[in-house]
Design a protein around this ligand. Sequence first.
Ligand code: AMP
Length: 194
Amino acid sequence: MRLLLIGAPGAGKGTQADRIAAHFGVVHISSGDLLRKHVADGTAIGRAAREYMDRGELVPNTLVLDMLRKPVVAAANAGGYVLDGFPRTVEQAEAAYGVAKELGVAVQLAILLDVKREELISRLLARGETSGRSDDNAETIERRQQVYEEQTAPLLEYYRQRERLIIVNGDRPVDEVTWSVVVQVQRAAKQLTE
Ligand code: AMP
């Protein structure tokens, strides 16, 4: 099972990816969490990524692709993954697909967590009070929403055209959203193998 969660910042990707990965017994891989760990550890990747993250901009492709190659291949070979936060652009999706297809580890289904804009902003402002994340402040939150609309939303069309897109209403309570994803993934996965 190789899944990808797409959603604007605040849509609940991290929370849902954890739960969905646990349900299917696969590994949750979050590009944002991995990047924050690199920043905290002061690695070369972290030092290069930090200023982009603080501004709410995307980190350059090569950094993210290099960082993810090993964990994604390892997870795929161990039963699967739920990717959260990658790919963020059509360019990243195409670059990753080239490599992943060869290795048999490409994404099978992309899931959009669809959440209203007002809800996204209020969730992120609330999260900013406790998350300690340098990008959960009003100005950067606004920029991250713009970056999502401009650079990430075109991915939906990319997966829709390939008949791999599942859309879930993410405005509902956490359990309901998880359940809805699980049911839709099971239904779609059956068709993939038939
Ligand atoms: P997230 O935790 O997914 O909200 O990501 C936090 C920040 O990490 C983003 O605002 C970007 O600066 C960076 N980031 C995470 N994933 C990617 C990616 N796939 N491509 C480029 N930048 C990323």
